[in-house]
Structures are given as structure tokens and as C-alpha cells.
Design a protein around this ligand. Structure first.
Ligand code: PAF
Length: 281
């Protein structure tokens, strides 16, 4: 497995692959890799000749009181997982290589970035869109693999790729859950044993909302209310937001039609967990 740490070295490597006719799949991550990342790498491996994984804890997508400095950075374990998954190159740029002195340019995906997770994390999606565009320019892949766990992120990146005519196919990959239903996330490592035991209640609340959608007389309001009431039964959680949205626009639907999804974020202790679930009538 190649290890690259500068934009010019990863660019040179993938250019040599493309010159030889190989397709390139790209999995951007912030490290602390787990099975959900591995499933993205495996899909990228099946669909491309070469796979690049980036590990970069992006300072621009963390708010001033968030967990940037304590975000887990298990470099050796991450490299080992990439190797086991058959990754061809691991790209680990330093913050100074990504944002050199004088950096001024940011990407804003208007309307999609300031609601739901964006309302509680101002500037988060601006940071995500900016780093993803930079990484795409550096790696120049044919396909980009993102998990559906960050459904709003996936929607923001799709919009950016379409609006800016980026020559990449954005592939959304199904969320991966632990056996008890908790969505896999690097931040699950922050949970104490009792918080971890309570955490699957977030998924169960979404399931309760999805069940409500199938009931006679259900409306967007009753779906959200059913899910919120279910979560309220687990006092360990403090709800940040829970919204039923149209998957294409992230706006609230007027009725229960179209591709719909429940999105949520909630705190358990100081840890903010996110989850989402498609809703069918
Ligand atoms: O989903 C993540 O891990 C990050 O938001 C991403 C896409 C790697 C950008 O920093």
C-alpha cells in the first residue's frame, strides 16, 4: 500500500494509474476506521481498479467547542485496516498541507447547509464541502464513496458535485449498524458502557416514526411526533433535532409522498449521535 502525505504526491500517483487505464475509487475519512468504513472500501474495491482512502481530521468542519482536538487518531490501526481491505493508497495530508498560510476559499452549498445538522453546527457543511472539493481535486477519482449515515453530508456533496460539474460519480452507500441497531460511528468510542447500552434507542425511535407512517391518517407531523415520543422514553438522550425530510431537497414534505427520510441528532452525555431512516408510506 502506498502512503502519500502531500497533494502533489497523491496527484502524481493517481495520474500514473489513470495513464495506465485504471479507474480510481476514493473513500474520504477522518480515520478511527471501523466496519462501516471497511464496507465503503470493499465496495470501492469491487467497482474500481485502484482505491485511495484519505485520513484527514478536517479542522474546518468542527465548531470552536467541538471535539477536534480529542477526535481519535489511531494511525497504526487505521493503516492496518486499510491494508486488510486491499486499499492501494492511504493519503494522510497534514493540516498545513491542506490549509497553508493565507488560505481563503470556501465552498457554501446554500440552503442545504444551514438546516438540520447545519443549524446546530454552523459552518460544518462549509468545512465538509471545502475539504471534499480539495480532496477530489487532489485525488481526481472516477468514483467517490460516502456513507448514508451522514445523509445530509451526502446530499450536500451530491449537490456540490452537480452544481460545479465535478467529473466524479458520487456513490451513496448503505448505513452499517451494530447488531443492536446503533449506527456505526467513530464517536461511539466516546460512550461509557451505560451510554452504549442506551444508544440503540435512537434507531428504535426512528423505527417508531417509520411505523407511524404506515398507519391510517398519518401525516408528517404524526410521524415526527411518534419518533420524538419514542426517544423521550430514554431519558439518557437529549434531542437536538428530529425531522422528516424529502430526500432530494432536505425540506419538510407537505404530505407523506416522495422519497422521505427521518433525520435525527441527539446527545447522550456530551456525545452527539446522528442517525436516519428511509420512510415509506
Ligand atoms: O464523513 C467524514 O468522515 C468527513 O465528513 C469527510 C467526508 C471525510 C470530510 O472530512
Amino acid at each position: 500500500m502506498h502512503i502519500a502525505s502531500t497533494p502533489s504526491s497523491i496527484r502524481k500517483l493517481t495520474a500514473s494509474w489513470r495513464k495506465a487505464g485504471a479507474s480510481v475509487g476514493f473513500v474520504p475519512t477522518m480515520g478511527a476506521l471501523h466496519e462501516a468504513h471497511r464496507s465503503l472500501m470493499e465496495r470501492a474495491k469491487r467497482e474500481n481498479d485502484r482505491v485511495v482512502v484519505s485520513v484527514f481530521v478536517n479542522p474546518k468542519q468542527f465548531g470552536p467547542n467541538e471535539d477536534y482536538s480529542r477526535y481519535p487518531r489511531p494511525a497504526a490501526a487505521d493503516a492496518a485496516l486499510c491494508r486488510r481491505a486491499g486499499t492501494d493508497a492511504l493519503y494522510r495530508p497534514a493540516p498545513a498541507a491542506m490549509y497553508p498560510e493565507g488560505f481563503r476559499t470556501h465552498v457554501e452549498v446554500e440552503g442545504f447547509s444551514d438546516r438540520h445538522c447545519g443549524a446546530s453546527r454552523p459552518g460544518h457543511f462549509r468545512g465538509v464541502a471545502t475539504v471534499v472539493l480539495k480532496l477530489l481535486n487532489q485525488v481526481a477519482p472516477d468514483r467517490l464513496y460516502l456513507g448514508e449515515k451522514d445523509f445530509q453530508q451526502l446530499t450536500v456533496v451530491r449537490r456540490m458535485a452537480s452544481d460545479l460539474d465535478l467529473p466524479v460519480k458520487v456513490v451513496g452507500c448503505a448505513l452499517v449498524r451494530a447488531e443492536d441497531g446503533l449506527a456505526l460511528s467513530s464517536r461511539n468510542a466516546y460512550l461509557s458502557p451505560s451510554q452504549r447500552a442506551a444508544a440503540p434507542a435512537l434507531y428504535r425511535a426512528l423505527q417508531e416514526g417509520a411505523r407511524e407512517a404506515g398507519r391510517r391518517g398519518a401525516t408528517p407531523d404524526t410521524v415526527e411526533r411518534a419518533a420524538r415520543a419514542a426517544l423521550a422514553r430514554t431519558p439518557a438522550f437529549r434531542l437536538d433535532y428530529l425531522s422528516l425530510v424529502d430526500e432530494r431537497t432536505l425540506e419538510r414534505p407537505a404530505s407523506l409522498s416522495g422519497p422521505l427520510r427521518l433525520l435525527t441528532a441527539a446527545f447522550i452525555g456530551n456525545t452527539r449521535l446522528i442517525d436516519n431512516l428511509p420512510v415509506h408510506r
